[in-house]
Write a protein that binds this ligand. Structure first.
Ligand code: F6R
Length: 260
């Protein structure tokens, strides 16, 4: 079962996760972080920037992004290349060649998934993967029906996901229809998964992912197949969890030696 940590705010969740990442990077400067985009991980990145300002050296860390839109220029402000560069690479002082994002250009799209898989495997994998969850239950952009064994490939976004992401663009028409995303099988190879969810809009998907049946119809439920998962949620996102009393009990009895 995932370790569920219920926090009072996204900022508290971000600080909790950032403290853990900073400690891991200090112990192993060549740490590899799996980075997500969207709104959810922003408090983690904000807290990591504070750790960098306070002296944590992230310069040898590598990063692999979960996904990228197909067909928008890499320098578009909402391409995930741009978002990761803005939120993570520049402010944390990472070396750009150590930061990897799937190639969403039409030219070469046929091999984009395979090339990304190879770069991850050659690198030695991801130590900690940050994840958000979509209202459809997607992890990365693995929409309902995605195989638990899937690898990085092109997927079609659901209309719901496009609507959810319209806020980053000027209209729904501008939101790409296709993406290149790590598969659920790719995500499950990371050594530690940290799934974050904030707000009531995520409560149904989060409860189904953490406590519901294991099914490709709820891609988030794939986390139940992983041996080391930490779920960090605020009260609103935790509101549909059936075992929340147990999670709170475990949390209040968490010994000092217990890591995230
Ligand atoms: C982002 C990603 C998605 C988002 C999810 C939640 O790289 O792969 O799975 O994590 O769509 O998005 P937000 O955080 O914007 O609610």
């Amino acid at each position: 079962m995932a370790e569920v940590r219920i926090v009072s705010s996204p900022a508290e969740g971000g600080a909790l996760v950032a403290d853990h990442i900073a400690a891991r990077v200090t112990a192993n400067p060549d740490f590899t972080l799996g980075v997500a985009t969207g709104s959810t991980p922003l408090p983690v990145y904000a807290a990591l920037r504070e750790r960098a300002a306070a002296g944590t050296d992230f310069s040898r860390m590598s990063a692999f992004a979960l996904d990228e839109y197909v067909g928008i220029p890499v320098d578009h402000p909402e391409s995930y290349h741009s978002v990761i560069d803005r939120e993570v690479t520049q402010p944390l002082g990472l070396v750009p060649t150590r930061v990897h994002v799937p190639d969403g250009s039409i030219d070469g799209i046929q091999t984009a998934g395979e090339r990304y898989e190879r770069s991850m495997v050659d690198h030695g994998g991801v130590d900690l993967q940050l994840l958000g969850i979509g209202t459809t239950g997607h992890l990365g952009f693995n929409e309902p029906g995605s195989s638990f064994a899937s690898l990085t490939r092109v997927k079609t976004l659901t209309e719901q996901t496009r609507l959810d992401n319209t806020r980053f663009f000027s209209s729904l028409d501008e939101v790409p229809i296709h993406c290149v995303t790590q598969g659920l099988g790719t995500i499950l190879r990371a050594r530690h998964l940290v799934l974050l969810a904030f707000g009531a809009g995520k409560a149904d998907a989060l409860a189904a992912a953490v406590e519901g049946p294991l099914t490709a119809s709820m891609p988030g439920s794939a986390i139940q197949l992983h041996a080391h998962v930490t779920v960090v949620v605020d009260e609103a996102a935790a509101s549909k969890l059936k075992h929340d009393a147990y999670y709170r009990w475990a949390q209040s009895n968490s010994p000092d030696w217990q890591q995230l």
